[in-house]
Design a protein. Sequence first.
Length: 720
Amino acid sequence: MLEAWGRIVHRRRWFVLAASLVLLAASGVLAARGGELQNPDAVVSSESGRASALINSELNSPQPLPTGAPPGTTFLLVFRSDALLVTDPAFQRALLDAIAPLRSDARVQTIRTYYDAPTQSAALLSRDGRATIVSVTLRDVRSIADHYYEELRATVRSDTLTVLATSNLPINHEINKTLNADLQRAEVVSLPFALLLLVLVFGTIVGALVPIGVGVLAIVGGIGGVFALSHLTDVSPYALNIVTLVGLGTAIDYSLFIVSRFREELGHGSSPEDALARAMATAGRAVVFSGLTVAIGLSGMLFFEGTFLSSLGVAGAIVVAVAVLYALTFLPALLAILGQNINSLRVPLPRGRANGATGFWRRLATSVMRRPFLVLVPTVAFVVIAGSPFLEFRMANADPRTLPPQAESRRGYDELVANFPGQEQSTVTAVAYFPGGDPGSPAHADYVKATTASIKTLPNVLSVGAPRTAGRVTVFGAVSAKPASTDEARDLVTAIRALPDPPDGELLVTGQTAFDLDTIDFIASHSVRAIAFVMGLTLVALFLLLRSFVLPLKAVLMNLLSITASFGALVWIFEQGHLAEQLNFTPQSIDPSVPVILFCIVFGLSMDYEVLLLSRIQEEYQRTGDNTRAVAEGLERSGRLITAAALIMVAVFVGFALADVVIIKSVGVGMAVAVALDATLVRALIVPATMRLLGRANWWAPSFMARRAPVLDAVPERVA
């Protein structure tokens, strides 16, 4: 079917090219229109999410302001002087002058300073007396205020005092702004390096530019798809980074496979039409199945509905589909137009670098297969040891430390925690919910009183606030001496949740620590199904490709080895803090979303090389029936391509490893490590060793499965 498609594209190349450009124009329009990208605040179905929703609906039900506007969002300004005390008149004048533009701004609802009531505002004064907090409440909710926050912040200036803005609004605004800067930096770093590698692989400027062009088209199409999706459902700001990361890597790789096979067939004397047909029947087929396995991996994130992960899964699947589509339409149409000109503008390279087989990969495969156990055991042991730091893995939701230390809102957060009393503490909020009764009734009041007394006796509880009752809930907060992400704070949440529920209601717990625990539990409980789904569908897809029962199982195990090593690197670098200074981040627990993103993307992307390698080995095996020769020849024919594709992928991922947002940085580093190991140790050493040990069993499948499986393999007419 793909061979016939290649001939159709060759005959209708201008029409197919025009249709691709129309699709590109439509994607560009969608991308230019943009859309609203935002993360959900919590897992709505969790206990902490339900408790938060009850507080908002029952206790904080919107009350009209004099202007008729709903309650808005609050952010903090931290003013500091190295020479003046907050109580000095000069400090007070400088502060009041700085916030004067806010007082006259209609978007500002209230401003609270230390000077409004000094005896009641001790929490607004730093321990050293040289810094103070100003609380600014806006009339609009955060999603609206975010659009004008930067303009508003620019009005607060002082020649005397240092001013830092922090809290949720500034932090989220700066994360989104930093994500955009990270995206641009990654593209600037990745594209030139990928072009250089492609020139080294092909030895021609034209051959190198074609995959880069397809990569750019895929990114535009993916971004257009993301913004179109944002008009239908919530989409995370991280989606644009994932689209660029996945789209650029896969599109260039797919183009690399097809262009290489097209040039190889031309080199064997085939006409451009025959070369294109053969390239589509072989490399094109591998691209289809590779795209399918990547999409399957990304679909694992759909199991985390209610979090931003599900939108990343959909966004990633969109860009992979676009990459495959352009690889099967725009790319072959362009190759049909170029023909022999694909080899134009040659670059002088050492003999054997750009074209032709050097024999290195065949010699390597033969050497490995001569002593498979001697290679297999230490290599697998090394990968397992590399993954061993994952045993110390600890998760926590991202906090302001996900921003780089020099970011303003991060500096403001650090100032609050270090210098203001109580800011290092955390609050665990308990919600007594009485769905059918009055929280103020004597029985309910007695329950709240007894529960409050029990909470006061728990470890690390400094105080319990006075209960607030409204609607069907009573809310009381327990202040802990421990920061929200510590194990002691988590133990406190667990202890409060273990207290008895009221007879006619339930006791719910929320707050940052509770969100942490619920997010971790949610991801852990959904991961088993997601992993089983991804692995199961991948096995089916590889069976249809390879007509083997054994090779798909081996491929999945090889992928798990690569992922194990990347998870180990993740903990070693980002949790234990190695390379923290070089990569400009603060060591911290791993965000629960990062392992999910890594598994789903790496599992799919690793199949790129597995599909390419095994497809080429399968061609030789079908031709000769000799497993050992097929492995050596398959690795010889695809080893250089796999190495080049991996280097390009690593270049793309390193561009994201330079990101300032720790979540994106950690995903980039984890994926670079996984792909580098996968394309070197796993594909070059472990795969040939295991295939030599398994022998003809590699190609075994139960007869009933083989008879019923669709015939999707493409036996070559000629292998040069």
